[in-house]
Design a protein around this ligand. Structure first.
Ligand code: NAD
Ligand code: MG
Length: 387
């Protein structure tokens, strides 16, 4: 008899990670089932997904958007849940096996936290939760026996490469970065970058927030902090290297000098599939390397004048405590201001630096303190914008 399918709650199903996750589920030949879908604003897309995947629940996290959902388009046995609390309810439900955390930004914190409180497995794309509260999340994991499986391609690569040795044999985690669209632009031209230019990523097709983060390299800064808490490796042992082809997704250097990498074309369906089917590997939908073609891989040290964000990531990973939450919130608000036309591209990182510097660092914050600081840092960005 066939095993019953693994029930996946796809939170953020209408986003880039969400859509890729549904591709993986559709290709799983019944091994995976989308038991819940969630969206914040795109109601027609949510209804179309519900029609195709027939989940038990659809969650609309924004109550205003829920008014636009045409319930007649949903399968008759599909229940609609509304509001942010519904994300928590679904994430904790006994019938959910894995929560795919694909919500963007700080909005993903409560549902990820709720799933881990129940000792569940979370396939984590929502890196902001680890940046904001990585140390507390690690404690929660140890307490409740849940599991975090990284979906971020670099962290999935590190997770896979780490299995080649023991934790105390790790010399360094090396995160690869494509360098984004501006890695070769003359520095004086960075000031004039438009939203459209910053949204055109050379190798990855992603949601707007992470695409801007990739252009400023704040994405790598956040990933340094994410790696620090996901793998319990100190900031001093995490390095960044520019690798424009996005084929090597990250590397682990062990104490003997051996370096283990994970390679595949840039396609998020592979890390998602690895997390959802874990611990099994299955033949899936992701693109493969064509070994009949020449493949050239470059690795360069990052230019820190061009990408000062990397230093902020290192600083936040070293400092721990409240630093990650402040950096994350300042960045989210600054990116939104840039997208709204209220901030220059080159002001995003300086705004984050100044707010990180201005905050009163606390080494052992509670989750409530982090949530408060998140609000504070966003207000500070508004002041920066008005100044
Ligand atoms: P996206 O903007 O394409 O999608 C975001 C999803 O979150 C949507 O379904 C949206 O409805 C939902 N959402 C937005 N605001 C919300 C709110 N306030 N409350 C509840 N839900 C809300 O983003 P994405 O590119 O899919 O990224 C999702 C997460 O995955 C981010 O944390 C990102 O850093 C991470 N990630 C993405 C990629 C990628 O390839 N896109 C790669 C690695 C990591
Ligand atoms: Mg990544």
């Amino acid at each position: 008899m066939a095993d019953s399918p693994k029930h996946i709650a796809v939170l953020g199903s209408t986003g880039s990670i969400g859509a890729n996750s549904l591709d993986v589920i559709a290709a799983s030949e019944g091994q995976l089932k989308a038991i819940a879908l969630s969206a914040h604003s795109r109601m027609d897309e949510l209804a179309a997904q519900a029609k195709k995947f027939r989940p038990r629940w659809v969650v609309v996290s924004d109550p205003k958007a829920a008014k636009r959902l045409d319930r007649k388009k949903l399968p008759s046995d599909c229940e609609v849940l509304v509001g942010p609390d519904a994300l928590v309810e679904v994430a904790q439900h006994a019938d959910v096996d894995v929560v795919l955390a694909g919500i963007v930004g700080r909005a993903g914190l409560e549902s990820t936290w709720a799933a881990l409180e129940q000792g569940k497995t979370v396939a984590l794309a929502n890196k902001e939760t680890m940046v904001m509260a990585g140390e507390l999340v690690s404690k929660l994991l140890a307490e409740k026996g849940g599991r975090l499986l990284p979906v971020d391609s670099e962290h999935s690569a590190l997770f896979q490469a780490l299995s080649a040795g023991k934790t105390d044999e790790v010399a360094r985690l090396v995160l690869t970065a494509s360098g984004g669209p501006f890695k070769d632009l003359p520095l004086h031209e960075l000031q004039q970058i438009t939203v459209a230019e910053a949204l055109a990523h050379p190798t990855w097709d992603m949601g707007p927030k992470i695409t801007i983060d990739s252009a400023t390299m704040m994405n790598k800064a956040l990933e340094i902090v994410e790696a620090r808490w996901l793998f319990g490796v100190p900031a001093e042992k995490i390095a960044v290297v520019i690798h424009p082809q996005s084929i090597v997704h990250s590397l682990v250097e062990f104490v003997d000098g051996a370096v283990i990498a994970q390679m595949s074309p840039p396609d998020m369906r592979l890390p998602i599939q690895y997390a959802l089917h874990y611990p099994n590997r299955v033949a899936g939908v992701a693109r493969r390397i064509d070994w009949g073609q020449a493949l050239h891989l470059n690795f360069d040290p990052p230019d820190r004048d061009r990408f000062p964000a990397i230093g902020l990531g290192e600083q936040a990973a070293k400092a721990g405590g409240t630093a990650g939450a402040v950096l994350n919130a300042a960045n989210e608000a600054a990116v939104q201001s840039f997208l709204d036309g209220d901030l220059h591209f080159t002001e995003i990182v300086p705004a984050c630096r100044s707010i990180l510097k201005a905050h009163n660092h606390e080494a052992r914050p509670t989750l409530e303190q982090l949530v408060k600081l998140d609000k504070w840092a966003r207000q500070e960005v508004s002041r920066w914008v008005c100044a």
